[in-house]
Ligand binder design. Structure first.
Ligand SMILES: Nc1ncnc2c1ncn2[C@@H]1O[C@H](COP(=O)(O)OP(=O)(O)OP(=O)(O)O)[C@@H](O)[C@H]1O
Length: 341
């Protein structure tokens, strides 16, 4: 370890993910590798054959004109909507999975466990407090309320929100609410965070503060960030930017032959049912879902073709150890029945 504290984003990102290749996107084992992605809505070609590899510890910005397919690409990468054709390999801590081949229930589980989301609006539960919104992410995975709130407290403090834990979302500023969303995306240990216009509703000063917090996903916690943005200042702060036009990436440096790591192991253990003190509707609000009926809050009967990593319990930043893997095998809730504060 060097005594020198890295100051630039690139230095800090490299320190957080020392194995990240010097050639952006050239990771031979990217955390996400999409190839030939196509998606058509009626007569509209939203994606017309997209190839994109995202290396571990990268912060990748996706830019392009309105309607160029940015959100559709993000939704496909994150398993929110299935592509019509093409492949998306996600290499998680416990093995890799073909996202495009998963059932809706399996994609739902993948989103809950392996991905975090920071969108412009709408994913926080307005009736809940800041701490409840963050804790709910863990409670959906089976962590008891008391433990979940302890972890949530740590993440909120780390994001500069101490003292605001008991405020409902409507009692927070836009920037504060986005930092709650970032804490919620981080608390489960998700290795990849997807952000769609996370600063779209903010003034430039607040936008910069939220980007500071977002980029810590990479620099401080070694996670990977994929962010859709119209804001060139936001993109300029990322590791690299890919540009979309008419459903295609026009200038992304894609690693030739990039492949996700080989599949390791087989089926996961069944997950715990949702036991949070709030409703299943609130749980569904934690992760974006495709238009249609709400997802079940329990794991599907079907087994996903990947093995969750056995990871230590989630540690909040105050505990001095950042948990960087998904919170699989969560402890079943024992105190979820606790009365609301
Ligand atoms: N659910 C849908 N049903 C029908 N058409 C859709 C749907 N989602 C996206 N589209 C269309 O697909 C194209 C790409 O949309 P997408 O939202 O991915 O673009 P975008 O680049 O994210 O746009 P913006 O910057 O305005 O958010 C657009 O023409 C859009 O109207």
């Amino acid at each position: 370890m060097s005594d020198q504290t890295p100051t630039s984003f690139a230095d800090r990102a490299a320190a957080a993910a020392p194995n990240r290749p010097s050639v952006p996107g050239g990771d031979p084992h990217p955390v996400l590798a999409a190839s030939g992605l196509s998606k058509t809505y009626g007569q509209t070609v939203a994606l017309g054959g997209v190839d994109l590899a995202v290396g571990r510890g990268e912060a990748v910005a996706i830019m392009g004109a309105s309607g160029s397919g940015k959100t559709t690409l993000l939704h496909c990468l994150a398993g929110i909507v299935p592509p019509d054709a093409g492949s998306i390999r996600f290499a998680g801590p416990g093995g890799s999975v073909e996202v495009a081949g998963l059932s809706e229930g399996e994609r739902s589980r993948l989103r809950r466990e392996a991905f975090g989301f920071v969108f412009q609006q709408g994913l926080l539960v307005p009736e809940l407090t800041a701490i409840e919104n963050v804790a709910l992410s863990l409670m959906v995975g089976g962590v008891g309320r008391r433990e979940a709130e302890q972890h949530a407290l740590g993440w909120l403090a780390d994001l500069g929100l101490s003292g605001l834990e008991q405020r409902r979302i409507g009692q927070l500023s836009g920037g504060q609410a986005q930092r709650v969303a970032i804490a919620r995306a981080l608390v489960t240990g998700a290795p990849v965070i997807f952000a769609d216009e996370p600063t779209g509703a903010l003034d430039s000063h607040t936008s910069s503060e939220v980007m500071d917090a977002l980029l810590r996903i990479v620099t401080d916690y070694g996670r990977t960030l994929v962010v859709v943005t119209h804001d060139a200042d936001v993109a300029a702060r990322c590791t690299r930017t890919v540009h979309m036009r008419d459903g295609r990436i026009v200038d992304a440096p894609v690693a030739p032959g990039a492949q996700a790591a080989p599949v390791a192991g087989s089926a996961p253990a069944p997950g715990a049912p949702f036991t949070g003190a709030t409703s299943a509707v609130a749980a569904d609000a934690l992760v974006p879902t495709p238009a249609g009926p709400a997802e079940p809050a329990t794991w599907p009967e079907a087994t996903a073709p990947w093995t969750p990593a056995a990871t230590p319990p989630v540690q909040h930043p105050g505990a001095g150890s950042h948990h960087t893997g998904p919170h699989f095998g969560a402890t079943p809730a024992t105190d979820a029945e606790e009365s609301q504060r």
